[in-house]
Design a protein around this ligand. Structure first.
Ligand code: ATR
Length: 273
């Protein structure tokens, strides 16, 4: 029987996931279909259970249900546990496995696609909300020399630092407000939602070290205001389109055990923006 998958969210009409997974399925000759499931705001768990009852095998979870998916899962991967949120569900014999592929998607895009090695580097992560927390473990696993979390509300950044002490390995993990981020960094990642409001975290231009990469998790037809600011101070810039594609590829691998190629799809999506 053709295996069924969906992206569950509210809203969900704009999601690129069905197009992405249809392409992965065709490229890897997998017998599967992938649709959209609009769940009522108060009906996420019921929508998932109904989909499972219909034979559904897995789902991507998007806004605003990633925390509810975390709570619904009967088992969690370490990276989902660390993220505190789930973007990938796999249904297997009554079990609901919760995973989170956002962080590995970001890291793959930075390391493989942008050719930027993370080991021994100094990273500045802007933001301390769900998006920032979701990528911390995969970043730390690449053994950077230092990871500073800067946030408008510095206390939230400090909380994250406390939470990830066990996983920091040899990395210097610290927190500050934007105004205190005065060192030079090799990589600056914008995980705030400021770009959505066309706002810029108030950041000193001196944070961009020589040959720095500035990465915005947002993407769009135009460079974000953060990317424009970084580029004007000499940084190389990249938006989050590659992260979108790579987190999808990792979800596909979780479900199907097959790793799709991503380069051509990335180029096609870029052309459509
Ligand atoms: P997400 O899931 O996108 O991370 P979130 O959990 O609501 O959403 O977190 C939003 C993040 O963007 C937070 O770090 C927030 O800073 P605060 O913790 O101080 O609220 C940050 N943020 C939102 N708008 C911002 C702005 N205009 N300037 C700087 N940071 C902003």
């Amino acid at each position: 029987m053709t295996a069924a998958y969906v992206v569950i969210g509210n809203p969900v009409a704009h999601s690129k996931s069905p197009d992405i997974h249809a392409r992965f399925a065709a490229d890897t000759a997998q017998d599967m279909r992938y649709g959209r499931l609009l769940a009522p705001l108060d009906g996420f768990a019921a929508a998932v259970q109904e989909f499972i009852a219909q034979g559904g095998r897995g789902a991507n979870v998007t806004v605003p249900f990633k925390l509810e998916a975390y709570a619904l899962a009967t088992a969690l991967t370490p990276r989902a546990q660390a993220a505190g949120a789930v973007n990938t569900l796999k249904f297997d014999d009554g079990a609901i496995l919760g995973d989170n592929t956002d962080g590995v998607g970001l890291v793959t895009d930075i390391v493989r696609n942008a050719g930027f090695e993370l080991a021994h580097k100094k990273i500045l992560l802007l933001g301390a909300g769900g998006a920032a927390r979701g990528v911390l473990l995969p970043l730390l696993e690449r053994q950077p020399a230092q990871l500073t979390i800067a946030n408008r509300t510095a206390a939230k950044a400090r909380q994250l630092v406390q939470q990830f002490q066990q996983q920091r390995g040899g990395c210097l993990l610290n927190a500050c407000g934007f105004a205190e981020a005065t060192q030079q960094y090799d990589l600056v990642i914008n995980a705030t939602s400021a770009s959505l409001q066309a706002e810029l975290p108030p950041l000193a231009a001196s944070v961009f070290g020589p040959a720095a990469l500035a990465y915005d998790m947002m993407y769009g037809a135009q460079p974000t205001i953060f990317m424009q600011f970084a580029a004007s101070h000499g940084a190389r810039v990249r938006d989050g389109l590659g992260m979108l594609v790579e987190q999808a590829a990792e979800s596909f691998f979780v479900w199907r055990g097959v790793r799709p190629h991503t380069d051509e799809l990335f180029a096609a999506l870029r052309a459509q923006l």
